[in-house]
Design a protein. Structure first.
Length: 193
């Protein structure tokens, strides 16, 4: 695949509008499928690491990218997505800490320009999640916004035994799709601890 943007990832092609993310029943392992139910990404939260780490492989099992915490016990939620082939930092993911909303920004690693953001749709449910694990039973729902704060997609949780999300991204949008998919998995793993 030829990269069209500096935010594209080698070995990954995410050109569909709709994807499904399913979490494993056992631990924070994720599978991303496209509109034709083909597996396009697999990722998991690294175990026993001093810093949080989420390696991803493409549908053929080739290393695609890794999302790594910038610090030990990173409560601020700062993560960097590294391309597995070039080992370059592609984007930075950071959480805007707030009691009433879950908001993640996807930024350029050099300029810190905000490329996209993902925000929870329900402030009441977000607040309840911070107070009680029981609120995690209700599916998470997020909206995806581009750099101009225009809504370009959605991450909609579905009620099921394991966390399942339908991700929709407007085809005309220039938000980095790989980063959005990584953020959806990272959010699920971290917000539901």
């Amino acid at each position: 695949m030829a990269n069209n943007s500096k935010y594209d990832i080698h070995n990954v092609d995410l050109s569909d509008d709709h994807y499904m993310i399913e979490q494993s029943l056992i631990r924070n392992k994720y599978k991303l499928t496209d509109e034709d139910d083909n597996t396009v990404l697999r990722g998991k939260q690294g175990m026993f690491k001093m810093k949080e780490e989420f390696p991803f492989v493409n549908g053929d099992g080739e290393e695609a990218f890794t999302v790594k915490a910038q610090g030990i016990m990173d409560v601020a939620g700062n993560y960097t997505l590294f391309d597995a082939e070039s080992d370059d930092a592609v984007v930075v993911l950071d959480e805007d800490l707030s009691f009433l909303t879950e908001k993640w920004r996807i930024r350029d690693p050099e300029t810190e320009e905000v490329l996209a953001s993902i925000r929870s749709k329900n402030k009441v449910l977000s607040a309840l999640r911070h107070l009680s694990d029981l609120a995690n039973i209700a599916p998470n729902k997020y909206e995806i916004f581009d750099a101009n704060d225009k809504k370009v997609g959605e991450v909609a949780g579905e009620l099921s035994l394991r966390d399942t999300y339908k991700v929709t991204i407007d085809r005309s949008s220039d938000v980095p799709r790989e980063a959005v998919m990584a953020v959806a998995c990272v959010i699920d793993a971290l917000e539901n601890k």
